[in-house]
Design a protein. Structure first.
Length: 179
């Protein structure tokens, strides 16, 4: 015979169902946020690379200006390691091998925009971004995109420079809508 004064403990079926429903709602809301961690990381890396491109361009412009050669159509400057950096009208050429390779220290592979990047970064020097960005005098950009993306993914840093006349400044930024 059961003792009527002993109280049984435990959860009722309704309480268990409510907890399961709450956990289901939380996972439905939180899970999508955690699934896009790679995309957020790529977007941060691309923005950081755009900042590095800007700083490298500004440093070259400062050095060329101090040397009095900012109005020169085509010249070179030498960095601390003895590398020659190609410059036009005060800014680095739109060329990875003759300009940015020496200023940005990263594990980079030259490729086309349609190829998937298997290195830390990939560079395409002739990426047509005219459908995305309007730049006076230049439709081709030097783009850098991170591992596991392509230049066509709208996840890249870009450097556009119309180096045909004095007074132009490079257009530098990041596209992260496809990260």
């Amino acid at each position: 015979m059961k003792n009527p004064y002993v109280r049984q403990s435990g959860f009722t079926l309704i309480e268990l169902i409510i907890v399961i429903v709450i956990l289901g709602i939380l996972s439905a809301v939180a899970l999508p946020r955690f699934l896009n961690v790679q995309g957020s990381a790529n977007a941060s890396v691309v923005k950081s690379m755009a900042n590095h491109l800007q700083k490298a361009s500004d440093m070259v412009n400062g050095k060329v200006t101090l040397e009095g050669r900012a109005a020169t159509a085509s010249t070179t400057i030498t960095d601390e390691q003895g590398n020659s950096i190609s410059v036009a009208y005060g800014y680095p050429h739109h060329d990875w091998n003759s300009a940015f390779e020496f200023m940005i220290k990263a594990n980079v592979t030259m490729t086309s925009a349609s190829a998937s990047c298997t290195n830390d970064f990939c560079v395409d020097e002739s990426h047509d971004i005219s459908g995305t960005i309007t730049a006076t005098g230049a439709d081709l950009a030097l783009v850098m995109y991170p591992r596991s993306t392509t230049g066509n993914d709208s996840c890249y840093a870009y450097y556009i420079y119309d180096q045909t006349s004095a007074g132009n400044e490079p257009l530098i930024g990041a596209i992260t809508t496809g990260c």
